[in-house]
Design a protein around this ligand. Sequence first.
Ligand code: HAM
Length: 414
Amino acid sequence: MKPQFQPVRGTKDILPEESVIYNHIIALAREIASLYNYGEISTPIFEFTDIFKRSLGDTSDVVTKEMYSFETKGEDHVTLRPEFTAAIVRAFISNGLTQNLPQKFFSHGPIFRYERPEKGRYRQFNQLNFEFLGVASVIADIEVISMADHLLKSLGIRANAQLELNSLADKESREIYRNKLVEYFSKYEGELSEDSKNRLHKNPLRILDSKDENDKKLVHDAPILSDYYNDDSKRFFAKLQENLHLLGVSYHHNPRLVRGLDYYCHTAFEFTTTFFGDSKAILAGGRYDGLVSLMGGPETPAIGFASGIERLMALMNYQPSATPPIAIIAIGEVVENKAIALLNELRRANIPAEYIHGGGNLGKKIGKANKLAAKYAVIIGEEELKSGSFLVKNMETGTEEDISNCIAYFAFLA
Ligand code: HAM
């Protein structure tokens, strides 16, 4: 028996009909990027492992469980990118762009995470990614969230998602809160999951994001960060909320929203949907002021977001309006050369055309042309060979006409 190859678990082919939607999403994202003055950047799909290890956090799920890391033949330790942000920051620093601020980058492409696959969750998936570096003011946060809202509206799926918003405050507020959390969870240390025990002293905020049922019960009564915001953090968040109201961007303040990656401060947001069963984000991001300096660059405030393209595709109801091809039907071998020549001429005149392959009678070939959704079929038999004209059949009305110059005829119809 021949071996039957299956795709690797958690991976997915994007078939031609799906590619139409995929490309439509990229095209709209590009339009938005250009409206908001983002330049497109492509980085390699792998980086040195340290790039991600250092930036995403030692205790994050991505770093501890989900990275596709390997050693190359040259003994370099590299990782398939589990997100764009750290890679974009690396590119921002290594290309010497840090002195020319602000900088705005748009990217799209594959991302790799060894997660448990389920509906809407893959091990290789694609992201749209937007990063805005160099502006500390909340004006950048307002712009970025409003742009995300604009993007989802132009894709026609904003109504399917709820914007959840929180502030993770500044370092000072978080530090006080962190101590309160350690104090609280220490009382229940014996009841915490293994993961959460490990995180208790390294990064207790991570416990708030635990998927463990028992942890969740303990999280329910844990102290809340907003009770520890200092004045700056309060002001920052209030101005963001005020402006989202003014711009008509609806949101829900979720004081328990923490993001899965460690680099965030102040603004954190997720557009979530229940379309996939449980609540999943279709677009998420936040402010990450400490990341550039953590990665060896100068102190640079920044904010951005990413969106899973497969998740967007699943929500979209897109009817592409592609021009169907003209079906070229040759009846008998002797007319094939004439049919091939016409096919070639039509395509070179930018008129989509397709040859109806295979044997069978005219009826069968017309059936195949219908499958292509062709509006017209050009039928070429021995008679046409003699007369030098073509029989053009309107597939919708069934009417037929003798046409001598097909290119002019179809160019006129287009
Ligand atoms: P993230 O929340 O890890 O953030 O991922 C962003 C989006 O990628 C999610 O909201 C979701 O739509 C999609 N996504 C994540 N994991 C999967 C998966 N396994 N399968 C399918 N889709 C998935 C980041 O990646 C940050 N780098 C975002 C950011 C940019 N923050 C600042 N700048």
